[in-house]
Design a protein around this ligand. Structure first.
Ligand SMILES: [Zn+2]
Ligand SMILES: [Zn+2]
Length: 104
């Protein structure tokens, strides 16, 4: 990831740009290409309802200039799971082992 982009990434400004980008024609075209490549099918569970299909970034390394291999078709449900997974992984392990009180 380019230094400038890395700094920008995850900042409020980034998400504003990202949201604007998602509305852009360039993204819409790319998104459609991914959907066609994946045959309008969720790559996790096989859902084919187009209303539920979304395009997920496997990596944000080339965000705004993604290659199609950076993107994957997921349904709404799997997409949510994918993001939850990521969030959970990022969480720091604060507590080690708190002594379990015996009894109770
Ligand atoms: Zn799915
Ligand atoms: Zn996603």
């Amino acid at each position: 990831m380019v230094g400038k982009l890395k700094r920008l990434f995850m900042s409020k400004k980034f998400w504003k740009m990202y949201r604007t980008y998602l509305k852009s024609e360039a993204w819409q075209r790319k998104r459609r290409k991914v959907l066609i490549r994946d045959r309008y099918t969720c790559q996790k569970c096989g859902e084919k309802d187009r209303k539920l299909l979304q395009v997920h970034h496997k990596t944000y390394d080339r965000v705004f200039k993604e290659s199609l291999s950076d993107l994957i078709t997921l349904c709404k449900k799997c997409h949510k799971l994918e993001h939850n997974k990521r969030r959970r992984r990022r969480k720091k392990r604060k507590k080690k082992t708190t002594a379990t009180s015996s009894g109770g």
